[in-house]
Design a protein around this ligand. Structure first.
Ligand code: PRP
Length: 207
């Protein structure tokens, strides 16, 4: 499984704002938005392109256009805070939604929404979720995508735990992860350490 860590200082500065417990919700959301732009930019560096013929005010030439715009899939709730930024950078994208909540006792994901196209054959998919902790939520989401025929799946996240990366690698599911950090690990509550707390609560308040 390919894992790309975006170490650009501008990305790390946004992640630092997100980690800082003094950042209020508006500040956290703004930093996540900007970080998502950078993650999406790096993730699409090798995207397939077409060379459309265009005319400048001076002459005929060829340009560049994305050959196959992706399906964006924010994982609710926390992934919603990444959706606008990804859609702005990839305006030709379509969007699907998966709603998952992690059970606080078993730590297993519970699905409450699956709004995805029935056939994803040949469609690049970009999953948006700020945090990959045990990897259970992401594994569940990627299985939904694979069941619909997706094989080109990229995950954008702010943080990933090494435990999750091992689990996802062992799952054999086809995915590439683009993250701003691989943190130290999980604590007894399966929270990422040092992490940033709960990205859904930090953005939208507790439930
Ligand atoms: C968080 C996060 C991931 C998941 C990661 O969501 O946004 O979806 O937990 O944990 P895992 O890797 O151990 O599965 P949460 O369940 O807190 O829901 P929320 O986005 O609605 O806050």
């Amino acid at each position: 499984m390919d894992v790309l860590v975006v170490e650009h200082p501008l990305a790390q500065a946004r992640l630092t704002v997100m980690r800082d417990e003094r950042s209020d919700s508006a500040t956290f959301r703004a930093a996540l938005h900007e970080l998502t732009t950078m993650l999406a930019y790096e993730a699409t560096r090798d995207a397939a392109v077409d060379r459309p013929a265009i005319r400048t005010p001076v002459t005929d030439t060829y340009g560049i256009a994305l050959a196959n715009p992706p399906l964006l899939v924010p994982v609710l709730r926390a992934g919603l805070g990444m959706a606008d930024a990804a859609l702005s950078l990839l305006p030709e994208s379509s969007m699907g939604f998966v709603g998952l909540a992690r059970d606080e006792v078993t730590f297993e994901p519970r699905a409450y929404l699956e709004s995805l196209p029935a056939d994803l054959t040949g469609k690049p998919v970009i999953v948006l979720d700020p945090m990959v902790a045990t990897g259970g939520s992401l594994e569940h989401c990627v299985r939904l995508l694979c069941d619909r025929g997706a094989t080109d799946i990229t995950v954008l996240c702010a943080l990933a735990a090494p435990e999750a990366l091992r689990r996802l690698d062992e799952s054999g599911l086809p995915m590439r992860i683009v993250t701003a950090s691989i943190d130290e690990g999980l604590n007894e509550h399966r929270f990422i350490v040092p992490g940033l707390g709960d990205a859904g609560d930090r953005q939208f308040g507790g439930m």
